[in-house]
Design a protein around this ligand. Structure first.
Ligand SMILES: [Zn+2]
Length: 176
């Protein structure tokens, strides 16, 4: 999986190729202008070769993070595997990471989540972030947690609108 330092700038180049190629130029232009005004930061792109902040995450925050994992953005065909210490077996078998909460199991690793902060601030994270927090004690940056707790939730019209403004598709996350 690609590694990015937390809060580094997110690049939209692939998404343009993947999602917008079939759309009209006027729409593409509008999305492009939106993207110019938007500041998207990478969060939670972890890798075994890079240290990350560890600590406990309160359950109400984990619960909220789960709600963001219910929808998938920038869906790919393949799966990213967790390569952090403790997941060596997973890594060897190349089986996707599963995450279960309240009887629902999601297949993680093939899509991203979007969290919207104040103004034009956007955060892009792999949906594996849920696994990183719950299985590897990854402590998310405070600014990201603040946006997570106060920003629009998937399922709301505001959330859908903000995702569409980025020219991105939103699908339901694979359930097992
Ligand atoms: Zn893992």
């Amino acid at each position: 999986m690609s590694f990015f330092i937390d809060s580094s700038k997110y690049s939209y180049s692939n998404i343009f190729d993947r999602n917008l190629s079939s759309l009209k130029w006027s729409y593409k232009a509008r999305v492009f202008l939106n993207l110019l005004r938007t500041h998207t930061s990478n969060i939670g792109w972890l890798d075994k070769n890079h240290e990350f902040r560890k600590g406990e995450t309160a359950d109400d925050i984990v619960e909220r993070l789960w709600a963001f994992c219910e929808v998938s953005i920038a869906q790919t065909r393949g799966f990213h595997i967790c390569n952090l210490p403790g997941c060596e077996e997973h890594n060897k078998s190349r089986k996707p990471i599963l995450a279960t909460r309240q009887g629902i199991t999601f297949l993680l690793g093939s899509a991203e989540i979007r969290v919207f902060g104040k103004g034009r601030k956007v955060y892009a994270a792999p949906n594996l972030i849920y696994h990183y927090v719950t299985a590897h004690e990854y402590q998310m940056p405070d600014a990201f947690v603040a946006a997570l707790m106060t920003g629009p939730l998937p399922g709301s019209s505001e959330y859908t609108k903000r995702v569409e403004e980025l020219g991105m598709r939103l699908t339901k996350t694979y359930q097992v």
